[in-house]
Design a protein around this ligand. Structure first.
Ligand code: NAD
Length: 706
């Protein structure tokens, strides 16, 4: 796993200059290419040495521009990248505010020098342009983008920072304040970068060209601009009233969703608010100050820790040698219900092998197949999949009621109803049909896989692969190691989930695995507080200061109150009374009462249904007159979480706290600025108070205390 304690040396990006003769004898374009000299698996990033190099390259270009040797400057990148932004490992290893301030100022100085080089400047966005990578383009006079350029975004506010190399000032002036807030606040919160066409549409780029001859076309376009044949009209600044209305509304939205849990989005909004009436020098200085403050926050350090955890390409901790994986050439799915149909689609899409889905009657099979077809049709109609690909996938997915159709499958995953006896029966039946090498996987959320496999002739072939709903969107898979699971079965599960493009975490077969155990504990603590007299509304918002994706009762509504209650009860049975009983919740489920109302507007939290208070009040069986205020509920929740994570690590549920964090970030959407959860429990003192020790060493995911 990533070790952020020992920062690696800067992977220096160079700025290579070559002269290009512009068509029509217009003169020379100095083409600057950002290149770190490494292949495309090592993204170009910007650290202090690279920025210093840019500064000196630009100084030389300025001299040449003054001498009339060049008439324009173009900036582009090595294949696939303009630049993936500031080198976060370097940023997160800064130990003083002064150094943090220098980082901001250094970038600004170099970018500003580029924008004032003395001739028109052009950025040719040939690939990924994130954060400081996009800002180098924003500091140029004009931008073109290649139609296949990867992610284009200012993700800083999601990483505890602000777009502080000019982005917060330049974007609202370029695009208008409304679109700028989408770029700076909304997209980072959704972790949704722009595609090239979108970037062009909103005005981040002035022209878009086919990838095949992108550079040639961009240079031709440059010449047309220089000759005055093409004129790019810039929009006038939004008027004062619009600016104020839009930024005020954004602030209200932040208060309703972020609840002041982290400073970065607010600092970014402050900068955008001020951008209309500031001059460049004042605005850039304000960006420097914001960056310096934010770089020295624990939220930023935890965000970088989280970002590095979720970045792809690492071998999952504890996974056996990948060479042990068995080939998977035909997949069986037992069940055709909610999860099974989604799993079938994903396997057919990514593994590109035949998939056979079996349920107990034709009607259910048809429903599952219907789901697969409707999803494919949706992908085609929204332009995300070609008709040919959809046809190929459709041809790969078969439905059946005959269990014998699994005979030639080398991998079968069951997603039947969550009943242990049923799952045992399914596996026993399968064992009589498939070859002794076939891997048997289960998508159970809460049952013991060890027990499920106990009576089989080959229990070692059984492995858990716990997908989350919705399967296509949720990036996490918990790969479960039951008592007898073999390395071959585990390696196959990891190989398969990698092909499915999921992030897998190896988890021991303990109740609730990781995500459900901790999520349901939080839900349980909130409900327990209500049972003990805390008003529903107070308890529901008690975790607001953490910036979770949604309040607790909305989460109950999302997972389904009956499912939530069932898991709470089964975890209580397996793990003890740390998981509370809730007669109020039982009644709500029995009556089918909705626990939340509709959200007042898209993107805002769903308020609790006020009627449910009476259900809890009316009960009285567990009331102990220990009503807590919001801070008390939060404290009880964090204390419980700390001790539960301590137990999980003692039980060896996962290899270490990093895996807990990875699971909570990707499986439950817990925020980056908490670092998942263990960095937060460390920095707020809960781990030392409850367990007598930290989860992670000081400085790994926080500003070092020393
Ligand atoms: P579901 O009720 O939608 O589907 C279950 C299907 O299994 C039904 O279509 C049923 O007819 C079928 N079935 C029952 N016995 C069968 C048999 N002998 N052979 C073939 N099919 C049989 O349930 P679901 O929500 O898809 O859950 C399936 C599994 O996935 C459960 O173990 C559940 O815990 C797990 N899971 C569910 C979620 C979720 O959010 N729903 C998330 C993760 C894991």
């Amino acid at each position: 796993m990533t070790d952020t304690t020992t920062p690696r040396a800067e992977r220096v990006t160079h700025f290579l200059v070559r002269d290009v003769a512009l068509p029509g004898d217009l003169g020379t374009l100095a083409l600057v290419t950002l290149d770190n000299g490494l292949d495309h698996t090592k993204p170009t990033t910007l650290g202090p040495q690279g920025i210093a190099e840019l500064q000196s390259v630009v100084e030389r270009l300025h001299e040449r521009a003054t001498a009339g040797e060049i008439v324009a400057v173009g900036v582009t990148g090595k294949p696939y990248f303009l630049a993936a932004g500031a080198d976060l490992t370097q940023v997160a290893s800064v130990t003083s505010r002064d150094d943090a301030l220098s980082l901001g100022r250094g970038g600004h100085a170099a970018y500003r020098a580029l924008s004032e080089v003395g001739v028109p400047t052009f950025a040719y966005i040939n690939g990924v342009a994130l954060g400081g990578g996009l800002e180098i383009a924003l500091n140029c006079d004009y931008r073109t983008v290649a139609s296949d350029a990867g992610a284009i975004a200012l993700p800083e506010t999601g990483l505890g920072l602000v777009p502080g190399w000019g982005g917060a000032y330049l974007v609202p002036r370029l695009l208008g304040v409304q679109k700028a807030l989408d770029v700076i606040l909304t997209r980072p919160a959704q972790n949704k970068p722009f595609k090239a066409a979108e970037a062009y549409e909103i005005g981040l780029a002035d022209a878009i060209f086919d990838a095949a001859d992108f550079l040639e076309e961009s240079i031709r376009w440059t010449a047309a601009i220089l000759r005055g044949e093409i004129v790019v009209e810039r929009r006038p600044l939004d008027d004062e009233a619009t600016w104020k209305a839009v930024t005020d509304a954004a602030r209200q939205r932040l208060d309703a969703t972020v609840h002041g849990s982290r400073p970065a989005p607010y600092r970014a909004l402050d900068l955008v608010t001020a951008a209309r009436d500031s001059d460049r020098t004042t605005a850039f200085a304000a960006e420097d100050e914001a960056l310096a403050d934010l770089i020295m926050t624990d939220e930023m350090r935890a965000s970088v820790y989280a970002f590095q955890l979720v970045s792809h390409g690492k071998k999952p901790a504890g996974a056996p040698d990948a060479s042990l994986a068995r080939p998977v050439t035909r997949v069986g799915i037992v069940g055709a219900g909610l999860m099974a149909a989604q799993i079938a689609l994903l396997f057919a899409q990514r593994l590109q092998v035949p998939v056979v889905m079996r349920d107990i009657d034709q009607e259910r099979v048809d429903k599952g197949l219907g789901f697969v077809q409707s999803q494919l049709a949706r992908l085609v109609s929204t332009g995300r999949m070609s008709k040919d690909t959809a046809a190929r996938i459709t041809a790969q997915v078969h439905g059946t009621t005959d269990v014998q159709d699994f005979a030639s499958c080398d991998f079968v995953i069951e997603a039947v109803t969550e009943v242990l006896g049923l799952k045992k029966k399914v596996f026993a039946e399968l064992e009589g049909i498939v070859s002794p090498e076939t891997i048997l996987a289960t998508n159970t959320s809460a049952l013991s896989i060890t027990e499920m496999a106990a009576d089989l002739q080959h229990p070692e072939r059984v492995v858990g692969i716990h997908f989350f709903n919705p399967v296509a969107a949720m990036p996490l898979v918990e790969v479960i190691h039951a008592e007898k699971t073999s390395d071959e079965a585990l390696a196959t599960a990891f190989a398969v989930t990698k092909k499915l493009r999921k992030t897998s975490v190896l988890v021991k077969d303990r109740p609730g695995f990781v995500v459900n155990r901790l999520l349901v504990l939080v839900m349980g603590k909130i409900v327990e507080a209500v049972e003990n007299g805390t008003p529903v509304d107070v308890a529901d918002h008690a975790t607001d200061p953490l910036g979770f994706p949604m309040p607790t009762f909305e989460l109950f509504d999302l997972v389904g109150p009956a499912v939530g209650l069932h898991v709470l009860q089964s975890l209580r049975e397996d793990l003890g009374d740390r998981f509370p009983v809730s007669p109020g919740l039982e009644k709500l489920v029995a009556d089918g009462t909705r626990v939340v109302l509709d959200a007042p507007a898209k993107g805002l939290p769903k308020p609790v249904n006020p009627e449910i208070q009476a259900v809890f009040d009316g009960d009285g069986t567990t009331r102990t007159d220990e009503a807590l205020d919001a801070a008390g509920v939060l404290d009880a929740t964090l204390t419980a979480l700390t001790s539960e994570i301590g137990l999980m690590l003692d039980e060896g549920v996962v290899a270490g706290p990093q895996q807990i964090d990875l699971c909570m970030i990707l499986g439950a959407g817990w925020p980056f600025h908490l670092g998942g959860i263990t960095p937060y429990l460390d920095r707020t003192g809960y781990s030392e108070r409850v367990l007598g020790k930290r989860f992670l060493p000081d400085g790994v995911a926080n500003v070092p205390r020393g």
